[in-house]
Design a protein around this ligand. Structure first.
Ligand code: HEM
Ligand SMILES: *[C@@H]1O[C@H](CO)[C@@H](O)[C@H](O)[C@H]1NC(C)=O
Ligand SMILES: *[C@@H]1O[C@H](CO)[C@@H](O)[C@H](O)[C@H]1NC(C)=O
Ligand SMILES: *[C@@H]1O[C@H](CO)[C@@H](O)[C@H](O)[C@H]1NC(C)=O
Ligand SMILES: *[C@@H]1O[C@H](CO)[C@@H](O)[C@H](O)[C@H]1NC(C)=O
Ligand SMILES: CC(=O)N[C@H]1CO[C@H](CO)[C@@H](O)[C@@H]1O
Length: 353
């Protein structure tokens, strides 16, 4: 927490003095950015990329605002496994196993993949094949937060799409299960340079979205988790009457579709859905951070943005590494359409000669 407090104090003071626009700029420039990424990467190559994505997502969420949670989670899975390289988007069925086929991905929403491909099409129609799928996903996650009522923030851009599939083992090793306690989370996320404040802030992503019974039924059966509120447990048992029921419930009972700090209020009331959520309030190392976020939404937003910018830069591919996919679901080398277009161009050139 120590290193966070001064920047928050600074933001608090500046918010009294300065226009909101300038405030956003301050928060942005204070974030560390890895070499190869830039805040203005598409300024000349595709100046409209961000407005195209936001406009389309506004429309998508007006029809179904649950999709915001799907996109946010997809970006998290992409970044945690092999870095933010769009590998989570690869369709494994064509070219062998992929991240999509590992158990934690079982419940990634299929629509989220379609939304990313639709965005890719709109962006490439406007600018040509210059914007990566990994960048589109990072921007879509940001807009999912903002359009659900959360903070707006700038995203460093310039990621390229990966050429290699993440294995199922890599997926399992890098994504902690919902049954994990705080010790496991802290150890697991420390390998990616996240501290306790990052762990608590990132877990706040669970302020929107849903979970399946299988992700929390171990807290109900055979024995009820003693850290769970009894009335809350009773409600959950109606939704999941036995084990192995395919039903879902919201992650944040107070405001399921709004990106706010109520997730932390839930934890203080023993109404966190997963063990990995509730244990953040049980464990002394993270309890005060939970309380501070529950009491001060601006503090949560400030830290969430900071940790998301950090997460969004995990092992990114930049410069000449990777590629810009023509279809987010397939590598260019596996893209039959792309290969045939290139062959046609070669044919045309030949006949001109
Ligand atoms: C810290 C470790 C984390 C664990 C153990 C975890 C675990 C889970 C699980 C088990 C689900 C529900 C899957 C299901 O049953 O359908 C879920 C959903 C979700 N997670 Fe996490 N998660 C973690 C971190 C994060 C982070 C860092 C974010 C984003 C910042 C995030 C965002 C979400 C969202 C938005 C959903 C709802 C998805 C939907 O409605 O489709 N999670 N998470
Ligand atoms: C956390 O979980 C790990 C792995 O299941 C276990 O070994 C450890 O004892 C648990 N720690 C606490 C404090 O409960
Ligand atoms: C699913 O949950 C609802 C409550 O949200 C409940 O009425 C229903 O019975 C549950 N379905 C099953 C199969 O248990
Ligand atoms: C529930 O599913 C698990 C894992 O798929 C299985 O091991 C277990 O036997 C099932 N339990 C019941 C009651 O069907
Ligand atoms: C992208 O690739 C997937 C998987 O091969 C394919 O099903 C889909 O039709 C492709 N989309 C476009 C627009 O070419
Ligand atoms: C959305 C998506 O691609 N989900 C996949 C997750 O993995 C299972 C196999 O374990 C696939 O059947 C799903 O299609």
């Amino acid at each position: 927490m120590d290193h966070v407090a001064p920047s928050f104090t600074f933001l608090l003071i500046s918010s009294l003095l300065l226009a909101p626009y300038f405030l956003a700029t301050e928060a942005q420039t204070s974030a560390h950015i890895v070499s190869g990424l830039s805040w203005t990467y598409y300024k000349s190559k595709c100046p409209k990329v961000e407005s195209i994505i936001r406009k389309h997502l506004k429309k998508v969420f007006r029809e179904d605002n649950g999709q915001a949670a799907g996109l946010l989670r997809l970006h998290f899975h992409d970044c945690f496994v092999q870095g933010c390289d769009g590998s989570v988007l690869l369709d494994g069925s064509a070219s062998g196993p992929s991240e999509q086929e590992a158990p934690p991905n079982l419940s990634l929403r299929a629509e989220a993949f379609e939304i990313i491909n639709d965005l890719r099409e709109l962006v490439h129609e406007e600018c040509g094949r210059v914007v990566s799928c990994a960048d589109i996903l990072a921007l879509a996650a940001r807009d999912s937060v903002y359009l659900s009522g959360g903070p707006d923030y700038d995203v460093p851009l310039g990621r390229r799409d990966g050429l290699s599939f993440a294995t199922q083992t890599a997926t399992l090793d890098n994504l902690p299960p919902p049954t994990a306690n705080t010790s496991t989370l802290l150890t697991s996320l420390a390998t990616k340079n996240f501290d306790a404040t990052d762990v608590v802030a990132l877990s706040g992503g669970h302020t929107i979205g849903i979970g399946h019974c299988t992700s929390f039924e171990e807290r109900l059966y055979p024995n009820q988790d003693s850290t769970m509120d009894k009335k809350f447990a009773k409600k959950l048992k109606i939704i999941c009457p036995t084990t192995n029921v395919t039903n879902t419930t919201v992650l944040d009972i107070r405001s399921p579709k709004k990106f706010d700090n109520k997730y932390y209020v839930n934890l203080m009331n023993r109404e966190g859905l997963f063990t990995s959520d509730q244990d953040l309030y049980t464990d002394e190392r993270t309890r005060d951070i939970v309380t501070s976020f529950a009491e001060d939404e601006t503090l949560f937003f400030d830290n969430f943005v900071n940790s998301m910018i950090k997460m969004g830069q995990l092992s990114v591919l930049t410069g000449k590494r990777g590629e810009i996919r023509a279809n987010c679901s397939v590598r260019n080398s596996d893209n039959e359409y792309l290969v045939s277009v290139v062959e046609d161009e070669v044919e045309e050139t030949r006949s001109e000669l």
